[in-house]
Design a protein around this ligand. Structure first.
Ligand SMILES: O=C(COP(=O)(O)O)[C@@H](O)CO
Length: 247
C-alpha cells in the first residue's frame, strides 16, 4: 500500500446476472460495508447501473460503469456516453480493460479519449494496463505497461490505474509478489515523473485472480492501493473478505 492512500476494492461484474441478482448483490455488499479499511466500488453492466445506484444510495459503496464512449452524445448506436453514466448514478468508469482492448480492438488512443470524456463528465476514470503472457515471457511486460501508460493517459489525468496482467484474468494464476511489486513500482515512477505529487498519491490497483486467499499478501505490497476484482466480486462475502484484507 501507499502511505496516506486509502485502498479501493472495486468489483467488475462484467456481463453477469439479471437485474434482480444485481440488486441483491449490491444490497449484500451494502449491508456488509460498515467499518471496512477500504473504499468499495461495484461496476455492473450498463443496464443495471441505475438500479444498483438506487440500491446503494446513501451507503458508502460507489457505483461505476465498465466503459464509455469518447463523445458526450451523438449517433453512436449501442454505445453509452459518460454523462449518461453520471446521470444514472455512476461516479467511476473502468476504461481500457483487456477484454475491451481484445473484443473491441480498443487502442491506447481510444482509451485516452475515453478518459478525457469521463473526466469531463465528472467521472473518475480507472484505466487498465497489463501485458499478455507472450509479452511477459519475452521480457517486455514493463515496456508494454509503460507504453500503455504513456499513450492511454491524457495530460492532467486525475484517476486510478489498474494493473491487470492479461494472463492472470480469470485463470487462477497471479504474478509472484516480487513481480507485482516491481511493476507497480515502475507504474508509480512513471506517474510521479509525469504528474508530480498527484502521481505520487494516485491509486494503483492490482487485478487478476484476486481472491480472499491471496488478497492480504497482494494488498500489503508497496504501491498496491487496492484491487480490481472480477469473479470474486460476484459473491458478496468473498468481495467483502478481500476488502477486509486491506487492513
Ligand atoms: O478482469 C479482471 C480480473 O478478473 P478475475 O476474475 O478477478 O481474474 C479485473 O478487471 C476485474 O475486472
Amino acid at each position: 500500500m501507499t502511505p496516506g492512500v486509502k485502498p479501493l476494492i472495486a468489483g467488475n461484474w462484467k456481463m453477469h446476472g439479471t437485474l434482480a441478482e444485481a440488486a441483491a448483490l449490491a444490497g449484500a455488499v451494502r449491508d456488509g460495508a460498515g467499518g471496512l479499511p477500504a473504499d468499495l466500488l461495484v461496476c455492473p453492466t450498463f443496464l443495471h447501473v441505475a438500479q444498483v445506484a438506487a440500491t446503494l444510495a446513501g451507503s458508502a459503496v460507489a457505483v461505476g460503469g465498465q466503459d464509455c464512449h469518447p463523445a458526450a452524445k451523438g449517433a453512436h448506436t449501442g454505445d453509452v456516453a459518460a454523462p449518461m453514466l453520471k446521470d444514472a448514478g455512476a461516479g467511476f468508469v473502468i476504461l481500457g480493460h483487456s477484454e475491451r482492448r481484445t473484443d473491441h480492438a480498443e487502442t491506447d488512443a481510444a482509451v485516452r479519449a475515453k478518459a478525457e470524456a469521463a473526466a469531463a463528465a465528472g467521472l473518475v476514470p480507472i484505466v487498465c494496463v497489463g501485458e499478455t503472457e507472450a509479452e511477459r515471457l519475452a521480457g517486455r511486460a514493463e515496456a508494454v505497461v509503460e507504453r500503455q501508460l504513456a499513450e492511454s493517459l491524457p495530460d492532467g489525468f486525475a484517476g486510478i490505474i489498474a494493473y491487470e496482467p492479461v494472463w492472470a484474468i480469470g485463470t487462477g494464476r497471479t504474478p509472484t509478489e516480487a513481480d507485482i511489486a516491481a511493476i507497480h513500482g515502475t507504474i508509480r515512477a512513471r506517474l510521479a515523473a509525469r504528474f508530480g505529487a498527484a502521481g505520487q498519491g494516485m491509486r494503483i490497483l492490482y487485478g487478476g485472480s484476486m481472491k480472499p486467499g491471496n488478497a492480504k499478501a497482494i494488498l500489503a505490497l508497496p504501491n498496491v492501493d487496492g484491487g480490481l476484482v472480477g469473479g470474486a466480486s460476484l459473491v458478496a462475502e468473498d468481495f467483502l473478505a478481500i476488502a477486509r484484507a486491506a487492513a
